[in-house]
Design a protein around this ligand. Structure first.
Ligand code: UDP
Ligand code: MG
Length: 139
């Protein structure tokens, strides 16, 4: 499977804005299959673990608050070249810099509340998928 999966979250701002459906439609339209999915709230501890790589960054505290502020949708997506193709579909971290037609350009509220997460490497796609899903939860 390595190389063909990526991990995503639809973040609390996107869920709050009733954008789950439209974002999933874009994901499917772009050729991604959904291998696993769950709708859940992250605790602060879980959000902190997930974003531990950003621990020293100035926005870490706010990011943890935000990511645990409401429900998220977590999913494993499958497609050839999944990590890079999904990063292209979601656009730049800062929505004001995201290309037209990308998920973040269309749905993000700000650089923090930027609608979706997408893995940045095959290694992290596996680590992040394993953080949320057991083998029994993948189809
Ligand atoms: N983030 C933020 N302020 C910043 C940079 C990032 O609040 O200046 C948040 C934002 O929600 C982003 C997450 O931290 O999606 C992780 O940052 P990263 O640099 O990994 O961006 P991504 O990989 O999500 O594009
Ligand atoms: Mg990242």
């Amino acid at each position: 499977m390595t190389g063909n999966i990526t991990f995503t979250m639809l973040k609390p701002d996107a869920v709050e804005a009733n954008s789950i459906g439209p974002i999933l439609a874009m994901i499917n339209k772009a050729g991604f299959k959904i291998l696993a999915m769950k709708y859940m709230c992250l605790t602060k501890k879980q959000a902190g673990q997930f974003y531990a790589v950003h621990k020293e960054r100035p926005f870490y505290g706010e990011l943890i608050e935000y990511m645990s502020s409401g429900p998220i949708v977590a999913a494993i997506l499958s497609k050839e070249n999944a990590v890079l193709d999904y990063r292209q579909l979601i656009g730049a971290t800062d929505p004001s810099k995201a290309d037209e037609g990308t998920i973040r350009k269309l749905f993000a509220k700000s650089i923090a509340a930027n609608a979706v997460h997408g893995s940045d490497s095959d290694e992290n796609a596996n680590i992040e998928s394993n953080f949320f899903f057991s083998q029994l939860e993948r189809f």
